[in-house]
Design a protein around this ligand. Structure first.
Ligand code: FE2
Length: 370
């Protein structure tokens, strides 16, 4: 079985950051309404493609294309230099292409070990940042900084600043996680292992920017029953942006997934939502950043490693219902893939069947005075 290595001594390149996601959607108009309500801004639009940006200067961070099926079409990563594009192209027998879409620059198209498209870009245009509200000023005991100035309610979308990370499930965990580490210089910040065997089953991977701190995770690879998109997360300003942004989506009739809470690994304040095609997208704020020296830490996997506070994690959040499509994917994996087993799947399911916080989610009964 392939062993997972949390960092590569000599990676092919060290990418700078995540760049964008490319989604295909049957109903492009509905998807466009959703992502505007989610807090993104349309920066370019054609009959069949919409590019969205955040507050930060990056030209775009989400591309939604009209497609025959709803799906996750490609992950975009940002190269640190044009030379890195040439290095990637040479090593993978690919070509450095001019970006045919808005924003300019160049890109290389690769596929990860599961056959999923990864586009590495360099030279996308920067735009002036969008205006945004200032961070809230909080009053603390003995330190009242806000006098004669109530906190405003903000009935508007969350201001999304940027794309932060993507989480992808893979049948072949180690083969895929190693590929992202060795190809893009990613470093495992935290690794989750199975309770008895201590076999790694999830890696939070960050960019190696040396002394310059990077998000706790940019790409997450999780072992699972099929190769698929789990969720993507967009950074907002603060706790109120996450919570008020969620309120706005509810008011507009969209569907919440899980939140508001705070993660443990990465520390983010989070709120998950479903886009109209049922794909999970996350607003987050106040995530950890780590420099390249910070060591990898290991944890036993399970729901208790996911959040420190928040509503009880709903059953659908880690969705493993045995649909015909899921069973077919599992059978294909068992036939074709050396690094995939039912034993590991059963161990992951068992670890996640344990309720993380037995006191949460109970029906409220008001205590009676005696
Ligand atoms: Fe996330």
């Amino acid at each position: 079985m392939t062993r997972f290595s949390p960092r590569a001594a000599q990676p092919l390149v060290r990418i700078a950051d995540i760049a964008y996601l490319r989604f295909g959607r049957r109903d492009l108009e509905r998807a466009t309404r959703y992502f505007r309500d989610f807090g993104l801004t349309v920066v370019a639009r054609s009959a069949d493609t919409v590019h969205f940006r955040g507050v930060m200067p990056q030209h775009h961070c989400l591309i939604v294309e009209r497609a025959p099926h709803d799906g996750f079409l490609a992950l975009g990563l940002r190269a640190a230099s044009a030379d890195d594009l040439a290095t990637l192209a040479a090593a993978h027998g690919a070509e450095v292409l001019e970006n045919p879409g808005p924003g300019g620059g160049h890109l290389v198209r690769l596929t990860d070990p599961s056959g999923f498209p990864v586009e590495v870009v360099h030279g996308l245009a920067d735009l002036p940042p969008l205006p945004h509200r200032r961070p809230r000023v909080w009053n603390f005991p003995g330190d009242k900084r806000r006098v004669n100035a109530p906190q405003p309610a903000i009935p508007e979308p969350a201001e999304v600043f940027r794309l932060g990370h993507v989480v992808m499930q893979r049948q072949e965990f180690a083969r895929n996680a190693n590929w992202y580490v060795e190809t893009f210089g990613l470093i495992a910040s935290d690794v989750e292992v199975l309770p008895r065997s201590h076999e790694p089953v999830l890696a939070f991977l960050r960019c190696d920017r040396g002394a310059d701190p990077a998000d706790h995770h940019t790409v997450v690879i999780a072992a699972g029953p099929r190769d698929h998109y789990d969720h993507a997360a967009f950074e907002t300003l603060d706790l109120d942006a996450v919570a008020l942004g969620g309120e706005y989506l509810l008011r507009r009739g969209w569907v919440q997934n899980w939140g508001v809470g705070r993660h443990i690994l990465g520390s983010q304040v989070f709120d998950y939502h479903f886009d109209p095609a049922g794909f999970a997208v996350e607003h987050y704020a106040d995530g950890d950043v780590l420099d390249a020296d910070y060591p990898t830490r290991y944890h036993v996997t399970g729901k208790e490693s996911i959040y420190q506070w928040g509503p009880e994690m709903p059953r659908h959040f880690i969705d493993a219902r045995p649909t015909p499509a899921l069973i077919a994917a599992i059978l294909r994996g068992l036939r074709d893939r050396a690094d995939f087993s039912l034993k590991r799947l059963a161990a992951i399911k068992k670890a996640f069947d344990v309720p993380p916080r037995p006191w949460a989610g109970k029906t409220i009964r008001k205590p009676k005075a005696g």
